[in-house]
Design a binder for this molecule. Sequence first.
Ligand code: N01
Length: 544
Amino acid sequence: PPATPPVDALPAVTPPLDAVVVGAGPAGLYQLHRLRELGLRTRVFEAGGDVGGTWYWNRYPGARCDIESMSYSFSFSPELDQEWVWSEKYATQPEILRYLHHVADRFSLRGDITLNTRVTRAVYDEERHLWQLSTDTGESVTTRFLVMASGCTSTVKDPGIPGADSFAGPVHHTARWPREEADFTGRRVAVIGTGSSGVQVIPLIAEQAAELTVFQRTPAYALPARNRPLTAAEVTEWKAGYPEFRAAQRRSKGGSVCEMPTRSALEVGEAERTAAYEAAWQEGLLSAILRSYTDILVNEEANETVAAFIRSKIGSIVDDPRTAERLSPRGFPFGTKRPCLDTGYYATYNKPQVTLVDLRETPIEEITPKGVRTADGREHLVDVIVHATGFDSVTGSLLAPDIVGKGGVTLREKWADGPVNQLGLVSAGFPNLFTVTGPLSPSVLTNMVVSIEQHVEWITDCVAHLRSNGITEIDATPEAEAAWTAHVAELASGTLYPAADSWYLGANVPGKPRVFLAYVGGADRYREACAASARDGYTGFTLS
Ligand code: N01
């Protein structure tokens, strides 16, 4: 007879966890903190080698947040607000990462975080109301609740350029930057892509490189960040006003506190309008120009007044008129692709060692062992290639693992034509699975930290409600999620957003459904919709 295996070789039967959180960026850290406060046995799985999420991965030179540091930080702990000191108007990636390390240590979060581990599969057990998870390190865990805090810009998009593997020198993606410093001194460098990442990295590489060739497919609208150190007096003033400021952030449309416009750009004269844009240009705040008039994002003619202003600025900074023209965005409204904040971006093209290749005139044909060949037959010889080519945003990290819901249906199957969910939180047939700042919520259109806190707090309250009422399953109703998904699409169609081939629409990834991924109705209205559902006994959801 076959030998009975010794007892210690049998798989250990571990009781299910209460919650698993995927990702240890700002969202995962705060979610862990809140679920532990409820007394839940919670584990976090993080693919990276440390906590920090997007601020762990995007360590390219020049990486910096484009929302002010005093505002792009947690509000849940007044003590944390008082003790942490930001050094600049816009924090650098290393400073934000230090802050997130501080949060992890201060709230003793690390003990429940498993690093270097990716959740690869999650299968819902309909009988027991539990998720069964597998990881790429061979671990299996069972949990009642699964919170996807996996980030909106964490799955790197394959640039899809033929011959990419043939290049003989180093290739870096801005979002997978090597931990040791990359030195470009004396080197010939290609940067492909001119979105937020490209606009930030290009001036820094240009300072070192012997030659820098920028390959631009679509020019960005970029405004000067006007970054500067914060003075001690400013920091003191901020800290004194924090309680009111944090409350105002929570009431705001986008998670940033700014004066809301009351007039159309078309009801004021040109001189007044230009003066308003000039003031916003000098201020160096994205929200200042986006919210200069009520109709910037809904009326083409109004939008064109800002677009023309920015083009005139580019023309005044860039010496060579042909380069200035190539850098000038046309054909899509300002703000419909995320605008960039820059430090010296346009002036970089005045340096003799920097060349702009316009891919609309001469598309890339292939990457060769020695460089980049464009359609005019030219081979641009380089030593290093930097891809600043972006992400499979918002849904990428939710659809990367195999998530199998009720009836064996996968999330990939269910979302084949685009994401469908109730209030951006739960998708029917995938019970007890919550997404933090996922699709169909305000998310990427807002200050992410504010939206993260709103989602984490709603999810935590929901889990507390379920547990105190002995409820083991929450699901969305198909009717409610169909209505929410249609509502999100309808709101987006009333704006200029669909006019651009942006990552907001999934248009940057070949084959991805063209669906506007965020709720444009404002974080304030959204917060109220989520609160109203909970208040009324979780309308749009089934609890069992
Ligand atoms: O990515 P992107 P990103 N051949 O997708 C081009 C946040 N973020 O990493 O527009 C040639 O915006 C592509 O061209 P096109 C922020 O939310 C924030 O820069 O598709 N070119 C585009 O120019 C941001 O929006 C911060 O025609 C190719 C660029 O690459 C988001 O992350 C900093 C190509 C990609 O731009 C994403 O930004 C950084 C190809 N095959 C990021 N594929 C801050 O807080 C793509 N491109 C400041």
